[in-house]
Design a protein around this ligand. Structure first.
Ligand SMILES: [Zn+2]
Length: 363
């Protein structure tokens, strides 16, 4: 697999030639430059995927916590695991889609390697164990509303808000990456691409479990397994016989699109591809790649001021497999060089916020 992707600046000119049917309806922030940059971020994703849906984003600025550049909140939709697998298999449009959809568990339930629950309090990694008792959390998949649109579970023309994205007013932004990023300013378009990526479905339910630090709830309460979580494994979860690793702890979690047989992160990261949780893990929200490995735009921290953020094939594949359909090959941007990857200390790109739940909105 080609490991390294593209520098956004190479993409800016692609947007008109590759427009397809994925449309972003983004509210005005009140700042014309920011609105144009937001549109460019939407156009980037539209150049990659061509699902015939419209994603409604409420965009704005606010004074966010120190070190947080932006935040995204996505409406969520729950469906049964069987329905999820069926619509995913019906949506196969790439070899990666086929691999992922056809290596999911085959029954109506899936098992999870989990911890931090009332059943799992104990020694070791906070009592990690295999939960396969068929409880609600073994049969529900919860995805972002935009993801549900890509899978046909929600009407693609629904005008209800899918994602809310807020940028911090506490930083200086460069709204135009086509001429590089000015020193002292952050790459607005790159951060917007990151936040929209969460909205499209790059989230992990482990961030919800991670809040259950004292085991206040039983495992059946954690009906938050996301589509991307079916690509989340550890050697321990596999050795234990669980279908996925859904623990909130500091052990490495690797990305695999074939049920854990092959670690898909490639050369970088070894068996560590996902962040593991703010409270019980590595201090980063689990809804991200592992930090500081240059894995992609969905790293938890952004490039420092004056630098462009980078999208990788890993980013694109991770959304492809959960239901987004890659546009024609001509729309795939050219790869950048290794030299583009020199991740250092960064600022948090975002804090994921959970939005209102929309259980069982799916058909
Ligand atoms: Zn993020």
């Amino acid at each position: 697999m080609r490991r390294f992707g593209l520098v956004f600046s190479l993409l800016a000119g692609l947007t008109t030639s590759a427009q397809a049917d994925l449309i972003f309806n983004i509210s005005s922030t009140g700042n014309a430059q920011a609105d144009a940059a937001f549109a460019a971020a939407g156009n980037f994703w539209s150049s990659i995927y061509d699902d015939d849906v419209t994603i409604n984003i409420t965009a704005g600025f606010a004074s966010l916590s120190p070190g947080v550049l932006g935040q995204a909140g996505s409406a969520r939709v729950a469906t049964s695991f069987s329905t999820f697998r069926n619509v995913l298999q019906a949506d196969i449009s790439s070899a990666d889609d086929s691999t992922f959809a056809n290596t999911l568990p085959t029954g109506s339930d899936f098992s999870v390697y989990i911890n931090e629950t009332t059943e799992g309090l104990g020694p070791g990694f906070d009592g990690a164990y295999v939960d396969d008792d068929g409880g609600a959390n073994n049969e529900v998949v919860r995805m972002t509303r935009a993801n549900a649109k890509a899978l046909g579970l929600v009407s693609g023309t629904s005008t209800v808000e899918d994602v809310a994205i807020t940028f911090s007013t506490n930083f200086d932004w460069d709204f135009d990456p086509t001429n590089g990023i000015v020193g002292g300013r952050f790459d607005f378009v790159g951060v917007a691409i990151h936040e929209i990526g969460h909205g499209l479905g790059f989230v992990s339910g482990v961030d919800v479990l991670d809040l259950n630090d004292d085991g206040a709830f039983s495992d059946n309460a954690f009906t938050f397994v996301s589509p991307v979580d079916f690509a989340r494994f550890s050697p321990d979860s596999i050795a234990a016989g669980a279908d996925i690793d859904f623990t909130a702890d500091s052990r490495d979690k690797f990305y695999s699109i074939d049920g854990g047989v092959t670690a898909g992160g490639g050369l970088v990261g070894g068996m560590s591809h996902f962040s593991t949780g703010v409270t019980n893990g590595d201090g980063r929200q689990a809804s991200h790649w592992k930090d500081n490995l240059g894995l992609g735009i969905l790293d938890p921290t952004a490039r420092p001021p004056g630098q462009l953020n980078v999208v990788t094939d890993l980013d694109l594949q991770s959304l492809d497999i959960i239901g987004w359909d890659r546009a024609a090959l001509t729309a795939v941007p050219e790869p950048s060089t290794l030299a583009a990857f020199a991740f250092g200390l960064g600022f948090f790109v975002c804090r994921q916020r959970r939005r209102r739940e929309q259980a069982d909105e799916a058909n």
